[in-house]
Write a protein that binds this ligand. Structure first.
Ligand code: NAD
Length: 499
């Protein structure tokens, strides 16, 4: 519970900010300091009904607005987002704990989706074929769905919501956003910018909360589609309940991304990329390279350099522009304890800690949620670290004798978001790319996250649904096709002049 001096995040509907009264609240922290910076009302059916009503009212006019006019609002928003870029990034770093440079990546990737959505007149173009039979033509075009909703995780306060709303509204839908209750502030600022850019009231709406709020969205008959990004158990459940309720659902879940280190990999560039992939955003990324498999001599060749690099990383506060560390805090005190507990269990099971983040303290911020980067070697598949998505600054290293054995290990786990190989062999890279059971593959690229114009193609337990987020699949998800078959019998009133 936040106290009465903490600002409470309002919902946004009908173009107005509305603070619901009498709701339970949840704290928003600055993870660098461990201090409460805001409160979030834990809304339920009443508030969800109100935001969906706002979106429903706005839909007929917005859906009928020509795509180029919708794109012009996004063009203006893009320019205003650039103007506010530095301020927004500091806000992201403050509410999430990631470094400023990571916050810049978070927002930059999100703005790229806005840029992609600005091309919506072209993206919405249909197909046609004349004379499918004598005198008969056929064409198919895309129509918006109506009210669509997005439910977001904590780890990308800008990017993940921006995977959703720019394309959804560009396609003519109206949108209900349920941000993560842990990082609600960035989207509040972004939506205020959308309003200034001329987005009509009701096109974009925000409702805050947790499970009760999400359940009300899942059960609302006027919500036509749901984009979800979060952990696998919740993603699976959202997909199940949403589709049972007749909604279109894309639900992206958790991950355990494998990085295969071949003996011929370039040492310096590989260890730098592996370090960034594992510890960027303190490992709180669905594309984090959290599990490496060293093949043959790769362990002896690469791990000493990697351990040196990891040990030299500076962990610290990220909420001021002046001094930025290599890595920030994790999202909460509970999450820090959970991840430290997983390292303890991994070590007890026989793995060897090469660089230990557990004792790391940040003197100027003793209350911050800090856990330093941890490198842990000789992890067996039976180790407790392998049972779960750690989602923290931990890189587990397994060993394998051959590439095939490494790929088998990668494919035995349930997820399927990203996988990468570091090698100088085109043949090894090709084998890996073809055999690994993951939807996004990196070849000498540690975090193979696709940009806005490609879909984010998670597989297995990392994605539930048919159409992925972003790119053309995103356009497909937020539209429905209408196919029209046309025949004209005569010239009608023009009969006379036609003769
Ligand atoms: P989370 O699953 O705890 O929460 C995600 C959202 O679901 C939040 O808005 C939360 O309020 C809501 N929620 C939580 N529990 C719920 C429940 N029981 N019923 C209904 N709604 C519920 O995830 P998180 O901790 O915020 O985010 C981290 C997770 O997100 C990681 O697993 C990460 O891999 C995943 N993630 C995946 C991708 C991807 O593209 N696959 C991208 C980013 C993050």
């Amino acid at each position: 519970m936040s106290d009465s001096s903490t600002p409470l995040c309002p919902n946004y509907l009908d173009g107005k900010w509305v603070t619901p009264s009498g709701k339970e609240t949840s704290n928003v922290y600055n993870p660098s300091r461990g201090s409460v910076i805001a409160g979030v009302p834990m809304c339920g059916k009443v508030e969800v009904d109100a935001v969906v009503a706002s979106a429903l009212k706005a839909f007929p006019d917005w859906g009928d607005t020509p795509p180029n006019e919708r794109a012009q609002v996004l063009f203006r928003a893009k320019i205003m987002l650039e103007d506010a870029f530095d301020e927004l990034c500091l806000g992201i770093a403050t509410e999430h704990g990631k470094t400023l440079s990571e916050a810049r990546g978070d927002l930059r990737r999100g703005i790229e989706v806005v840029e992609y959505a600005c091309g919506v007149p072209t993206l919405l173009m249909g197909e046609s074929l004349e004379n499918i039979a004598r005198g008969i033509d056929c064409h198919t075009d895309r129509h918006p769905l109506g009210v669509v909703a997005g439910i977001c995780p904590f780890n990308f306060p800008a990017l993940v919501p921006m995977w959703m709303w720019p394309l959804a509204i560009a396609c003519g839908n109206t949108f209900v956003l349920k941000p993560s209750e842990k990082v609600p502030l960035t989207m509040q600022r972004v939506v205020a910018i959308l309003e200034k850019a001329g987005l009509p009231p009701g096109v974009m709406n925000i409702v805050h909360g947790g499970r009760e709020c999400v359940d009300a969205i899942l059960e609302h008959p006027d919500v036509k589609a749901i984009s979800f990004v979060g952990s696998t158990p919740v993603a699976r459940e959202i997909h199940r309940k949403g589709t049972l309720n007749g909604k279109r659902v894309q639900a992206a879940g958790g991950a355990k991304n494998f990085i295969i280190l071949m003996p011929d990999a370039d040492i310096d560039r590989t260890v730098e990329a592996v370090k960034d992939g594992a510890f960027g955003c303190a490992g709180e990324r669905c594309m984090a390279g959290s599990t490496a498999v060293a093949v043959g001599e790769a362990g002896e060749r690469l791990l000493p350099a990697l351990a040196d690099l990891v040990s030299s990383m500076k962990t610290g506060t990220t909420d001021t522009v002046d001094s930025q560390p290599d890595m920030g805090a994790v999202i909460s005190a509970e999450h820090r304890s959970k991840v430290a507990g997983i390292i303890d269990a991994g070590e007890r099971a026989g793995a060897k800690v090469l660089s230990d983040g557990r004792p790391v303290k940040v003197n100027e911020a003793p209350e911050g949620f800090f856990l330093g980067p941890t490198l842990i070697d000789h992890v067996e598949e039976s180790n407790p670290i392998m049972e779960t998505e750690v989602f923290g600054p931990v890189l587990a290293v397994l060993r394998a004798k051959t590439l095939d054995e490494a790929i088998e290990k990668a494919n035995r786990q349930a997820f399927g978001n990203g996988a990468a190989i570091f090698t100088n062999s085109g043949k090894a890279a090709r084998e890996f790319r073809r055999k690994v059971s993951a939807g996004m593959v990196g070849i000498n690229v540690g975090v193979p996250a696709p940009l806005a114009y490609f879909p984010f193609t998670g597989w297995n337990d990392s994605f539930f649904g048919d159409l992925h987020i972003q790119g053309k699949e995103g356009v497909e998800f937020y539209t429905q096709r209408k196919t029209t078959t046309t025949r004209w019998f005569g010239f009608g009133d023009g009969e006379i002049w036609a003769k």
